[in-house]
Design a protein around this ligand. Structure first.
Ligand SMILES: Cc1ncc(COP(=O)(O)O)c(C=O)c1O
Length: 422
């Protein structure tokens, strides 16, 4: 008789794990309702309704201040979404058409498309096998005469190797923009991700741990960069200057007060939620270490707090009787634990890159993007095909470890009955 659910046996998990998206997640309360009513009744539905005298009453400004304080940055500019947050950061950093920015291959495509949208060329590099984060050696190897910046992504919210990245940037005179779309709450050696490079960007899109449906925010410790990011999100106005005076060519990327109200209330919830998730993750990690064939990412001294968007762990086929990760995922799904794979292929393999279908970008004559079909990222390919397993952040949102115990029980069951699969 079969034991595994995939072969007709009983399921290991017969209940939802963690909090269910749209039913129980995001967490909301009277605070959000009151804030939305405040906005409604104020009749000031955009940040422009507030002046120097009452700026602190704007929910967008409250959100900027609260998030900057939690993550550890000095200045913040809230905006429309995480993609445009990257565009703002790159423009503030001073990019020019045809400049190159180094990005990892293991990320959401927006990391690279945001580069193209401001007329720069993304140079895509491989990841480290241990942490799945951009490989500093690959960064150094990719630096050329047109390189102006590095954009590490804290993939899955796990921190990239910021010390080495900042050293490389210093050595070569490059800026660093941290795409921290996944890393609300993450700390690298005690410092908030997104506050270590020149600028950091975040997404508040619905799937993220901090969300208002759609939104973004840029952090920086540099007053001048903050003023530029502010101007680029505000049609080219400078703070404190007349309303109809414009200084740079820029779009309207302002966050509304509605989004500000939700983002602010959600930011106040974020510290406790991050602790809750990370406590569960640490508990899961202890359990994973005891099961042959699976392993957590080792945090070392690099990751002092993991504010993950998706949690990542490793499946090691050689230690799992040669079972494939695909089959492991299917068996786990049948047991009632749905595993993801993060990003399913390196970004440069998208037709957008292989066809260099970049739309109306204007690179200077003689400057062309690389042939992305020739860009090799073997570590990411192996990891994505054979190794990485992910779990969504809401799975970790319970106050107790019940869901973690159920996940571990399901993995143990598949491990003990692997003979049914190989
Ligand atoms: C790594 C990364 N960068 C940028 C973005 C873009 O953010 P948004 O969807 O808010 O535009 C995302 C969105 O998921 C992302 O995962």
């Amino acid at each position: 008789m079969a034991n595994l659910a995939i072969n007709g046996g009983p399921k290991a998990v017969n209940e939802p794990l963690g909090k269910t998206l749209y039913a129980e997640w995001p967490e909301i309360g009277q605070e959000e309702k009151d804030a939305l009513m405040d906005v409604l009744e104020s009749r000031k539905w955009w940040r422009g309704g507030y002046t120097e005298d009452n700026l602190e009453d704007s929910y967008v400004v409250k959100f900027e201040n609260a998030f900057a304080e939690y993550q550890g940055g000095k200045y913040a500019v809230a905006c429309t979404n995480g993609t445009q947050a990257i565009e703002l950061a790159l423009k503030a950093a001073g990019v020019q058409a045809g400049d190159e920015v180094i990005v990892p291959c293991s990320t959401f495509v927006a990391t690279a498309t945001a580069c193209i949208l401001v007329n720069t060329i993304p140079i895509v590099v491989d990841i480290e096998p241990e942490t799945y984060q951009i490989d500093p050696e690959a960064i150094e190897a990719a630096i050329g005469p047109r390189t102006v910046g590095i954009m590490p992504v804290h993939n899955g919210g796990f921190p990239a190797d910021m010390d080495r990245i900042m050293d490389i940037a210093d050595k070569h005179g490059l800026f660093v923009v941290e795409d921290s779309a996944h890393a609300q709450g993450t700390q690298y050696k005690g410092r908030g991700c997104g506050t270590i490079g020149d600028l950091g960007t975040f997404s508040l899109q619905m799937g993220k741990t901090l969300t208002c449906g759609e939104g973004g925010i840029v952090l920086t410790d540099d007053e001048e960069l903050a003023a530029k990011a502010y101007s680029y999100h505000h049609i080219g106005r400078f703070a404190g200057r007349p309303f109809y005076e414009f200084h740079v060519v820029a779009s309207n990327l302002r966050m509304t007060e509605w989004q500000g109200a939700i983002s602010y209330c959600q930011t106040l919830r974020l510290p406790e939620q991050t602790e809750r998730r990370d406590k569960n993750a640490l508990y899961l990690e202890d359990g994973l270490r005891e099961i042959p064939g699976v392993a957590p990412l080792e945090r070392g001294e690099r990751c002092t707090r993991w504010g993950f968007y998706y949690y990542m762990f490793k499946f090691i086929s050689d230690e799992f009787e040669g079972l494939s990760r695909e089959k492991f995922g299917e068996a786990m799904g049948a047991e009632g634990v749905s595993l993801g794979k993060g990003h399913i292929h390196p970004i440069q393999q998208n037709p957008l890159f292989t066809n260099r279908n970049f739309g109306p970008v204007a690179y200077p004559e003689g400057i062309e993007p690389p042939d992305y079909e020739k860009v090799e990222t073997p570590v990411a390919e192996r990891v994505m095909e054979e190794e990485i397993c992910t779990l969504g952040h809401a799975t970790f949102a319970d106050a107790d470890t019940r869901s973690m115990d159920l996940i571990l029980a399901a993995i143990r069951k598949v491990r003990e009955n692997v003979g049914e699969l190989v």
